[in-house]
Design a protein around this ligand. Structure first.
Ligand SMILES: Cc1cc2nc3c(=O)[nH]c(=O)nc-3n(C[C@H](O)[C@H](O)[C@H](O)COP(=O)(O)O)c2cc1C
Length: 101
């Protein structure tokens, strides 16, 4: 995490990104940003013409403006400002948020 260029290997590259118009990218905030493997994921697929909606859990930090900006830079896609949830967020609260977007 101290090296922002670190790209941990993905276990597979089979996510059905090509079939989606909108891709929800969820992750826990680590050291105020996305875990490096999220950047590996974003680099591994073609997101052109798609919209990315980030959502995060954290102990208190917000999603911050930098993560969506970096996602835009990596993918060239439209990236939503995203949403932060507490670490113990319920499945219902995520579902309700997603359905009301
Ligand atoms: C390595 C590491 C770094 C973390 N950094 C932050 C942070 O910068 N800000 C924050 O609010 N929470 C931080 N957390 C707490 C996680 O965001 C929190 O545990 C997570 O969202 C809950 O999901 P989990 O149950 O999958 O870990 C960190 C946790 C870990 C393990």
């Amino acid at each position: 995490m101290s090296d922002k260029n670190c790209r941990p290997a993905l276990a597979d590259k089979d996510a059905p990104v090509a079939d989606a118009e909108v891709v929800f990218v969820g992750y826990p905030v680590w050291w105020y940003r996305e875990p490096s493997i999220i950047d590996s994921f974003l680099e591994a697929y073609d997101f052109s013409g798609k919209k990315i909606v980030p959502f995060v859990t954290s102990g208190g930090s917000g999603i911050g403006p930098e993560a969506p900006a970096r996602m835009r830079e990596i993918t060239g896609a439209e990236v939503d400002a995203g949403m932060r949830f507490p670490a113990d967020a319920s499945a219902e609260s995520l579902k309700s948020w997603a359905e009301n977007l």
